[in-house]
Design a protein around this ligand. Sequence first.
Ligand code: ADP
Ligand code: ZN
Length: 746
Amino acid sequence: MVLRMSNGAPKYAQVAVDAAVGKRLDYAVPDELRGRLRVGSRVWVPLGKRKVQGTITAFPAEPSFPKLKPIIGAIDSGLVVPPNLLRLAHWIADYYMADLGATLKTVVPASVRKPSPPAKRVRVVQRAVTLDETRKACVDKRRRAPKQAAVLDVLLNTTGEVELPELCRRADASAAVVKALEKEGLVTTAHKRVDRDVTRGEVFVRTEPKTLTPAQQAAYDGIVRQLDEDAPRVNLLHGVTGSGKTEVYLQVMARVLERGKGAIVLVPEIALTPQTIERFKGRFGDQVAVLHHRLSGGERHDEWRRLAEGRARIAVGPRSAVFAPIDPLGLIVVDEEHENTYKQGDTAPRYHARDVAVVRAAFEHAVVILGSATPSLESYCNAQRGKYELFELRERIDGKPMPAVQVVDLGRQKGPTVFSAELLNAIEDRLKKGEQTILFLNRRGYATTMKCRACSAVVECDRCSVSLTYHKKSDRLVCHLCGHSTPLPTTCPKCGAGAMLYRGVGTQKVERMLYKIIEGARVLRMDSDTTTAKHSHAGILGEFKAGRADVLVGTQMIAKGLDLPNVTLVGVVMADTALGLQDFRAAERTFQLITQVAGRAGRGEVPGEVIVQTFQPASHAIRAASKHDFRAFYDQEIEARRGALTPYPPHVHMACVTLRGPDEKQVARSAESLANACRAQTEAGVEVLGPSEAPIARAQREHRMQFLMKSTRPSKMVAVLRPALEKTKIPSTVKVAVDIDPVDMM
Ligand code: ADP
Ligand code: ZN
């Protein structure tokens, strides 16, 4: 009997340790732990001389090595990584060529992996006597002790307990007042454990489902049929801002909940505003957990637990919310699916949350809705090929037409070209009428660069190979890559000549120029320089919305977000800042940007107007965007991506391999050998391009080289890279980063 039991319990365990070691390790299960561990259990294991944490990923029947070290102990955090997330982590580690331990660290947030923090406790207050007695006491006290009366008033108007801070706030009284009432025996207080729900205590106005328009209904029916027939698919919901996409999400979510399943809603970080959260909480109340990156560890822990235990069944959050512990999962919504912020580019695993969402949904038999006004070429192409279902919402709910877009050719302007006559006239016209203008520029700072009049050298950061940007307020040159700043040079650092020129325009300069050109203009500026303090993003928008400025100048931060009914003019000061980039997605970004910015104009009663200034008025991105014609843009762009020499996504998959290190020669040599080792595997169906200097060839004092790979299948590129990395001798000072399906290749 005893023998059979211990035979049944696994003796060996495969563990993915949290420290990135590049492989899974086997350990022996000591007697005292036998039968107590599961796949997903968290354990302490020895690694060299260290003791590290890890996750059990399997129980192999045979040990990989005769003498295995034993597991040190189980981590008593109550956490077992859910099997569905473990499976997803395996897929991510394989597809993106990332370490499984590092991937698990991304999938399960640190605050959840740690032993649970002490629960938050608050004092709650309740009436201690009957309603009538309380009422009487309240009347008695009105004169003598008005604060005490106010507290009783609040308690009379609520049922049950009220949290002490909330009670004090509503009665405008201090805790001492409540204490006095407690002494008198009129109220009782108690300590209570509560979830650190981010929006706990806030009241959300309940909203009811709206009667859908025919276009919404068609999308809703099509998607709900997939739920009913248990035949989930990926759905692309293409509709302009304000066409009612969110209402479709909400009503499909309601059906998912009815069927006893949960849903995940991904929104771009920048769109995770109180207004957005309110739309979901307003419909589903406490069922919604918000997974914000600004949450404290404890709050995040509690929200995660609420989902894992099924007390909340809807997760709303940025890209990492794709890992929300929901089971069973019925739906994943990816709003603004084209957004680049869904890709984690800077640290491994370099995953794309939209693509992970599609895979997770396939594993867990869930429906996906990808929503956008400007779908990515990848997603629209999948819809064209029938891989995804396509639904279109062609009109705004309010029936308002899309604003007229005027393209102004900056090449034809005389003199300085920051403001064309057309744009200036339009701004002045709005000022006279008391209407508002938004000016958009994808570049912060004052002037872009400082250039030498004699040798034409541009002043660059001495740690990074990017030009420095002049900031007027600090009167310094700032590196937008590493943040390092230097005083203005009086002479050219290259040739020593004494004549430095400012070149280009940034948001700061636009702001200054407006003050000068248009008398009495009230201008606000919003970019990452003015929004460093915690809430000033909302603060600036609030001021603008309240009409305390005529013009709002900003970077892409203002391209999305609030409805601003009084904005009737949107100016794109320079549409070419994205077009000029050495990136095959430049045209796509320009199209998205103009479309999004245009969506800000004319949300109120007055029709909106958009003026786009550009040096390339004939480019297909600008022409199609000015006609609000996504399809025309897509058709031309998908052809352009076939490429003259070599195709680009979505026709192929790409990988970008970046090598960096302090020694230029070492980096170059390593990149050369690694690329050659990949190229040598000719039978693999993988094209290798490069190596060459990375677009930013130096960053934080490190040299950077990169090469690109292309293949119809990402797995082929990984299959080529793995052996190449093993074969190639790369010095330990040279770091290699592999980015599969990169979106940003700087
Ligand atoms: P999107 O997500 O495409 O930007 P929303 O779903 O936010 O669009 O809809 C825009 C506005 O129209 C919102 O104020 C929303 O409440 C409202 N709305 C959406 N669908 C309907 C409908 N069927 N009837 C009336 N109002 C609607
Ligand atoms: Zn720098």
